[in-house]
Design a protein around this ligand. Structure first.
Ligand SMILES: [Zn+2]
Length: 364
């Protein structure tokens, strides 16, 4: 599953450019006679010509911006919107054109485009990052560089590490490069995201799963298998993640057991039929910082399914855990109906909670 973002550029694939070719043609534009290269995300009509050189015959502008070019390749001529061409370096814009997949992933991971700092001993930052990454793809590969160290650093071990996630999209691969720095009991993370044709996918081991929480944890395990950082040994982390993967299986079983009753209460009250959203459930402290015990995240324009996350502290008391599950499932069922969205814990929620014998203190 990959969500596509809109290419905001005028003349993009999603917003075809309307031009009056006769009126918008610029006589003797400096680009005329120059060589451009057909972009690797160029339109279908350029499919076999991607990467080839073309000579600019005419330039068309809109609002005084270059909007389209007429080019010749061999004996043929073509007119295309500007995103079809790599223009010479003399033009600052359009040096690199991001695919819509890469733009979508950049949008989803926007939070990580600027620096994030995490406690040195914590893997939570990585889990939070994988959770967001799981919104953009089911499947990814992971590669690590060597760690690096600067001559002036007092640290005895290393100053950081780069690694990258490889997301197999077509025609280009999308790379999410993560750059980490260790310093002063903090690790700082930055990402860069781009599409590339320079990645040999046959050398990459891909790991993934249909379920959001399962792939989030599998990727964190995958990472732990590749890297050893100071904080926790990979084998310790692995054990902990395996335990959570198993706990999540039990949690899923419990959810499946409780759900029919909650759906039937919904139908009794509303008389409405219901198509449930796909759902992923998992335990995590990353999504539910205390005092939050659980959260239901409804589908969005990026994620076409619901996600329920329950804090691990709810495991201390099984009865309590079941009330928490019921509470979140009521949210999930109401959200699946997609009726006019009322208050979060409004009348319908209260009525359902009452009929499901949810203790009062669990109703808000
Ligand atoms: Zn609630």
């Amino acid at each position: 599953m990959l969500k596509k973002s809109l290419n905001q550029e005028i003349g993009g694939k999603q917003f075809p450019l309307e031009l009056d070719l006769d009126k918008s043609k610029v006589e003797e534009h400096p680009l005329c006679g120059q060589i451009v290269i057909i972009s690797n995300i160029a339109d279908e009509k350029f499919l076999k010509l991607r990467g080839k050189k073309a000579k600019v015959l005419d330039v068309y502008t809109k609002n005084s911006q270059i909007a389209a070019l007429k080019v010749s390749i061999g004996t043929e001529t073509f007119i295309g919107a500007k995103y079809n061409f790599f223009i010479s370096r003399g033009y600052l814009e359009d040096i690199f054109i991001y695919s819509s997949d890469a733009m979508g992933i950049r949008g989803a991971l926007g939070d990580w485009s600027s620096q994030k700092d995490y406690h040195g001993s914590s893997w939570d930052g990585l889990e939070a990052f994988h959770f967001e990454l799981a919104k953009t793809t089911d499947l990814l590969g992971l590669e690590c560089s060597e760690t690096y160290k600067y001559p002036s650093s007092y640290r005895f071990d290393r100053d950081g590490l780069d690694w990258r996630y490889i997301i197999p999209t077509k025609p280009d691969t999308v790379v999410v490069n993560a750059h980490s720095l260790l310093h002063d009991n903090v690790w700082t993370l930055n990402t860069t995201i781009f599409n590339t044709r320079e990645c040999n996918l046959s050398k990459v081991d891909f790991v993934g799963d249909q379920d959001h929480w399962r792939r989030t944890l599998l990727w964190t395990k995958y990472f732990a298998g590749k890297v050893s950082l100071d904080n926790e040994s990979p084998s310790e982390l692995n054990k902990r993640l395996d335990k959570r993967l198993n706990l999540n299986l039990s949690l899923n079983a419990e959810v499946n057991k409780r759900l029919p009753e909650i759906v039937s209460v919904f139908k009794d009250i509303t008389g409405k039929e219901l198509i449930l959203n796909p759902l992923s459930v998992g335990f995590s402290n990353v999504r539910t910082p205390i005092p939050g015990i659980a959260v239901h995240e409804k589908p969005s324009d990026i994620v076409p399914y619901s996600i329920i996350t329950i804090n691990l502290s709810a495991l201390k008391d099984l009865k309590y855990l079941i009330e928490v599950i019921k509470h979140e499932l009521i949210h999930y069922v109401i959200e699946s109906y997609k009726g006019p969205s009322g208050e979060t814990h409004g009348d319908l929620f209260q009525e359902m909670a009452k009929r499901l014998n949810l203790p009062r203190k669990f109703r808000d």
